[in-house]
Design a protein around this ligand. Structure first.
Ligand code: SF4
Ligand code: SF4
Length: 359
């Protein structure tokens, strides 16, 4: 097939699978792989060991599709407008997690696309960000957008509020061109606004300092020096996207699957709900990922940050009595922030003993 015809064919297949934003890039050397290696060498991935394990698969898409020629990069917008602040003892959730789990929503479409292509004898494999793919780098190389200093893929004229996916195929097709201009310019808003100073330099994110890492991926107690910076973020963090001038106009329309059902969470309710019921409530959403212990840990820390005395009773009743030492230690810290008991000493020795007991 002529590369122009192959291009039209692939884009048509992607559109029929439900993808409105599609770009193509010729697969040669994996873009930004040297930067990825440097990032791993610096330990910026924290305890996300799968990022090290999957390094070679990220670097060599031919491991998945022998003879790979082209990558289709897709973007699905997810950002609805944030519902107004209900106030009280509530915590904020990162935008991507307000509705259904994008791994399911987008992954299902990607599987459909891959199945169709394979049915036509085309070698194909794809995935979203949980697969071993440098999806932002491929997206940038395809001209879908540019990687901002906040390390996210920004589509000029749209936003960075999108989910990315990549499908590798063994078909030669006419590719798109990358965006040449740096659209960040002299702006540093994201770097300055990060509540936990997680950017050691532009375009580099240290997960060890990032709220999203600690509230979603980690199973441990976050370092004491970072906890106050969590503010009201009970799951993830959007600060470095919210301040970006490219994100001031949410795209429209956005799919109902991502409608804001869980934009704000009632924190005492998170603590009070039995673990099993909490997991059941959030199954099918990204909020399932930290597990009940992670959500309760986050809820306790945010209650400490909000600083209202109504939080004392649920922290004592459900936080201090929880079976997990991580939840108990978080509750101890939150109560200390709230001045309970009055004049109590710095709780970190107790927190440490709780952690040691957990090992
Ligand atoms: S997600 Fe939040 S904590 Fe992480 S880098 Fe962005 S602003 Fe900083
Ligand atoms: S806030 Fe400014 S520096 Fe950061 S990604 Fe957006 S445009 Fe770039």
């Amino acid at each position: 097939m002529h590369p122009d015809d192959a291009r039209n064919y692939l884009i048509r297949q992607a559109c029929e699978a439900g993808f409105a934003h599609v770009r193509l890039v010729t697969v040669r050397q994996t873009p930004r792989i040297a930067a990825y290696d440097a990032w791993l060498s610096a330990g910026h991935q924290a305890d996300m060991h799968w990022m090290v394990r999957g390094r070679d698969d990220r670097a060599e898409p031919a491991r998945r599709v022998p003879g790979v020629q082209t990558a289709l990069v897709i973007a699905v917008d997810h950002a609805h407008r944030r519902p107004s602040d209900p106030g009280g003892l509530t915590g904020m959730v990162a935008r991507y997690a307000w509705g259904r789990d994008y791994h399911n929503v987008v992954g299902k479409r990607l599987r459909k696309l891959v199945k169709r292509l394979r049915g036509q004898g085309i070698g194909a494999w794809g995935g979203v960000d949980t697969a071993a793919i440098l999806e932002r780098a491929w997206a940038e190389a395809s001209g879908l957008g540019f990687v901002g200093k906040n390390t996210l893929l920004i589509r000029p004229g749209t936003t960075s509020w999108s989910v990315l996916g990549v499908v590798f195929v063994d078909m030669v097709a006419t590719a798109d061109q990358p965006i040449e201009r740096d659209h960040c310019g002299r702006c540093t808003r994201c770097l300055v606004a990060c509540p936990t100073q997680a950017f050691p330099s532009p375009w580099t994110l240290d997960a060890r300092r990032c709220i999203a890492y600690w509230t979603i991926e980690s199973r441990d107690l976050p370092p004491r020096r970072l906890r106050a910076g969590f503010g009201r973020w009970v799951f993830g963090c959007d600060v470095c996207q919210e301040v970006c001038p490219h994100n001031h106009t949410p795209p429209d329309p956005v799919e109902d699957a991502f409608a804001p059902r869980n934009a704000w969470l009632d924190l005492p309710e998170l603590l009070e709900t039995p673990d099993d019921a909490l997991i059941q409530r959030f199954t099918g959403t990204p909020l399932r990922r930290p597990g009940a212990v992670g959500l309760k840990r986050n809820a306790a820390i945010v209650l400490g940050n909000i600083g209202r005395t109504e939080a004392i009773e649920p922290l004592q009743r459900y936080g201090l009595t929880h079976s997990s030492p991580v939840v108990r230690a978080s509750a101890v810290w939150a109560l200390w922030r709230l001045g309970v008991p009055p004049g109590s000493p710095d709780p970190d020795p107790l927190v440490r003993s709780e952690q040691e007991a957990a090992r």
